[in-house]
Design a protein around this ligand. Structure first.
Ligand SMILES: Cc1ncc(COP(=O)(O)O)c(C=O)c1O
Length: 411
């Protein structure tokens, strides 16, 4: 969570950006929370797989052997993002689909009268599938944000958890509010009560590296198309929990993670996850003289650079927003080590659509809507918000263009 960059090295954002072909399009791309650009290394991997390897894996002829290896290596890269072992991770079409499958698989763990805790801060992907367990007679208790801060209070969780609680469901970071939730403490509260914890890390993983072991969580998921990869999602399930879940695949596929991954992953996109590791390798070589001790260590030191760079850009953006009249920012007003550079806001007296359109017209790519965090946005008394969200390849010019365009839109 700490964004201190202890490596003594600053991110060369220009070098990073040069790896992303879409970044040459001239727009200030500030819709990274919707999905990041992909580097050329990922694009090349998709092309390589589809043009040279696209055969069924698991056979003994050369192309099939390569397909098997590339897919396995891709899953290992998704696992490295989580600090998990590959056999604890499934790669599926998206987080929405992965959570639907996992919630279905969790039904045998719950009996009528049992309780689960869900939030109103989550993206709906981490809400509907769990709330539907009410159809089995499970009592759903809502952990609600404080409308004044848009944040979740752990003391509220403590009052919601009791002897019948079987599961706590929460986001590591909201895609609208941007605050980092204290998942480790929530996990301790859940486990103390004998409950499991399921965490959505989709909005966290582009900015800080998750660590499912340090957090001590039971389920954790994120989407690789928001961490510079192709459109797939990954989910971790603790081994001891995975064994207790109902298989969701063919009757003879009973071993997790395969039993929890009906249809399996997209082969070309799972193979292309290797391109993220290629990209991190290029970036690491550019910034550090000595090699890191493995992929996870490389990711950790690169993410330290990302965090420091994003925090600096975030401070610049927040300082600019603070002097614009009528701008209401959702969430924390400072880059205090407890927020992502995801800034949702409204402008007093102006429809969000009008503001977004004015920004789009000036070549600034921002998001507009509730971003499927509808319960959260409604709890704040809003229906649509504008969202500007950064990634490590953004630069000061992107931020300044956004602030200038917003100032003109408001004027
Ligand atoms: C916080 C959060 N959770 C879950 C999702 C859903 O992820 P996916 O698009 O992979 O289904 C999103 C997508 O925007 C999100 O921002």
């Amino acid at each position: 969570m700490d964004s201190d960059n202890r490596t003594g090295v600053d991110l060369d954002a220009g070098f990073a950006r040069a790896q992303f072909p879409p970044a040459e399009n001239g727009i200030a791309f500030l819709e990274n929370a919707g999905g990041t650009y992909v580097p050329r290394q990922v694009i090349d991997r998709v092309g390589h797989y589809m043009s040279r390897v696209q055969v069924q894996p698991a056979y003994g002829f050369p192309a099939s052997i390569e397909a098997t290896d590339l897919i396995a290596d891709g899953v290992a890269i998704a696992a490295a993002f989580l600090n998990a072992e590959p056999d604890e991770v499934l790669v599926g079409p998206s987080t929405t689909v992965n959570v639907l499958v996992l919630a279905q698989a969790a039904r045998p763990l719950l009996a009528p009268g049992d309780e689960i805790v869900v939030t109103n801060q989550d993206h709906e992907a981490n809400s509907t599938p769990w709330r539907r367990l009410a159809q089995e007679g499970v009592t759903v208790r809502e952990w609600a944000i404080d409308p004044a801060t848009a944040e979740l209070d752990l003391d509220d969780l403590r009052t919601l958890v009791g002897p019948r609680t079987r599961l706590v469901v929460m986001p590591h970071c909201s895609n609208v509010v941007g605050s980092f939730n204290d998942v480790a403490t929530a996990a301790a509260i859940a486990h103390e009560a004998g409950a499991l914890i399921a965490v959505d890390g989709v909005a966290y993983a582009p900015h800080r590296l998750p660590d499912v072991k340090a957090l001590d969580v039971d389920f954790y998921y994120f989407s690789l198309y928001k961490t510079f990869g192709p459109h797939v999602g990954a989910a971790y399930v603790r081994r001891s929990v995975a064994r207790r879940l109902a298989p969701q695949n063919h009757y003879f596929l009973t071993e997790p993670p395969k039993s929890l991954n009906p249809g399996g992953p997209s082969h070309e996109f799972t193979a292309a996850l290797n391109g993220i590791a290629d990209y991190f390798g290029v970036l690491d070589d550019h910034h550090f003289a000595l090699p890191a001790n493995g992929l996870r260590a490389r990711m950790e030191r690169l993410y330290a650079l990302f965090a420091a760079h994003e925090d600096a850009l975030g401070r610049r953006l927040l300082a600019g927003l603070a002097v614009l009249p009528g701008v209401r920012l959702i969430g924390r007003k400072a880059m205090d080590g407890k927020r992502a550079p995801t800034f949702a806001f409204t402008v007093d007296g102006r429809p969000s659509a009008e503001i977004a359109e004015a920004l789009w017209d000036r070549g600034i790519a921002v998001g507009l809507g509730d971003f499927y965090a509808r319960r959260c946005v409604e709890a704040l008394g809003l229906d649509t918000v504008v969202r500007a969200s950064l990634a490590h390849y953004n630069d000061e010019d992107d931020v300044d263009r956004f602030l200038d365009a917003l100032r003109r839109a408001i004027a």
